[in-house]
Design a protein around this ligand. Structure first.
Ligand SMILES: Nc1nc2c(ncn2[C@@H]2O[C@H](COP(=O)(O)OP(=O)(O)OP(=O)(O)O)[C@@H](O)[C@H]2O)c(=O)[nH]1
Ligand SMILES: [Mg+2]
Length: 204
């Protein structure tokens, strides 16, 4: 009773927009920084460092040969979906050596987009695994690079062995409207899962 009362009083008014935190994850070079930049209404904060000759053995550039920089901490952007709904986007670094930052970035996140490049689908396994283990709602957005074979969402679901409830959509990380559709799908997916997640937390 007391909790329900407190919940009711915490509910924001219409003058007080709801702010949601979303993560944009995925393998190295899948287009995470591009996605955050395409949709953010503020100049996105980036933490790019130049890719160097020394990193060549570990930084696989197949398919993104023109890539010159990589994210070393995070990307940050903001988009107002509706006047009462603001999304804060946190793009994760793609390379394995920055994994230690993920737990910090994931705290308080409503859900995550795992961006996948079908030419290197295996690169997003680790991100899928990360969100599955922590029971964080996520979806997969396939970034359709030119020259990559177009895969159906079903084929991606099978290849990544996803739970049938995990949404898979095709997108273009450079296109604002396309990215917006992805973010709306994620918010809806997380909202649909919220009652079940609350129930499972209560049970523990
Ligand atoms: N053709 C094409 N190129 C893209 C697309 N998305 C990203 N790129 C390019 O692919 C490269 C990688 O994009 P980033 O946005 O830096 O990828 P990232 O996932 O942030 O990379 P890390 O932070 O290093 O893991 C860049 O050179 C982009 O210009 C796309 O949809 N189509
Ligand atoms: Mg990046």
């Amino acid at each position: 009773m007391a909790i329900a009362h407190a919940e009711r009083h915490r509910r924001p008014t219409t003058a007080d927009p709801v702010a949601l935190k979303l993560l944009v994850a995925g393998g190295f070079g899948a287009g995470k920084t591009t996605l955050v930049g395409a949709v953010s209404e503020i100049k996105p904060l980036r933490t790019e460092e130049a890719l160097t000759e020394a990193g060549r053995p570990v930084d696989d550039l197949t398919g993104v040969e023109s890539k010159r920089t990589t994210t070393v901490a995070m990307d940050f952007g903001r988009i107002t979906l509706r006047e009462d709904l603001v999304l804060y986007l946190f793009g994760t670094p793609g390379q394995d050596r920055f994994w230690f930052l993920w737990d910090e970035l994931a705290t308080g996140a409503l859900g995550a987009v795992v961006l996948a490049d079908t030419r290197r689908l295996q690169d997003c396994f680790a991100a899928v695994d990360y969100f599955e283990r922590r029971n964080i709602p996520f979806m997969v957005a396939v970034n359709c690079f030119e020259g990559s074979r177009v895969h159906t969402p079903k084929a991606v679901t099978d290849a990544l062995d996803l739970d049938p409830g995990v949404p898979v959509v095709l997108c273009d990380a450079r296109d604002r409207e396309s990215v917006k559709r992805v973010l709306i799908a994620l918010v809806e997916h997380a909202a649909a899962l919220a009652p079940a997640r609350r129930g499972s937390h209560a049970a523990h």
